[in-house]
Design a protein around this ligand. Structure first.
Ligand SMILES: [Zn+2]
Length: 136
């Protein structure tokens, strides 16, 4: 069993998913662009359709962001380790959700915080991405 090989396979899986997502997002953006100047009223099926597309676009973009996170984790060598508590993420979970960067416990915690509208403070998890780099 080679961990590197498994990692490589995960990475390829993620890259393939990413490619598909980017295409879907492009298509959706294009379709939204085309409908902008339509003369429609509120409650019109076209408006509802459009709102659905906007929601879908947001969902796809957030999925893309989490795939990018997972790819970054692979680069850092922290893939499969929960970003929040540092515990290993069970392989079964990664099978179902290869872009998971949180264990089930932390994921539900984060969902709970989001639902309550509380900020999810990623920098507390040991990341420097969102913190200032310059210090005198
Ligand atoms: Zn965790």
């Amino acid at each position: 069993m080679s961990t590197n090989l498994a990692m490589q396979q995960e990475k390829e899986k993620l890259l393939a998913q990413r490619e598909q997502l980017v295409q879907d997002i492009e298509l959706l953006r294009e379709s939204l662009k085309g409908e902008v100047d339509m003369d429609v009223e509120e409650g019109d099926p076209d408006v509802i359709e459009r709102e659905k597309s906007v929601a879908l676009l947001a969902a796809l973009e957030s999925r893309l962001a989490s795939i990018d996170d997972a790819l970054k984790a692979i680069e850092r060598g922290t893939y499969g380790i929960c970003e929040r508590c540092g515990q290993p993420i069970p392989p079964e979970r990664l099978d179902v959700k290869p872009d998971a960067t949180l264990c089930v416990k932390c994921q539900s915690e984060v969902e709970r915080l989001k639902k309550r509208g509380l900020p999810v403070q990623r920098h507390r998890w040991g990341h420097v991405d969102f913190e200032q780099q310059e210090e005198d």
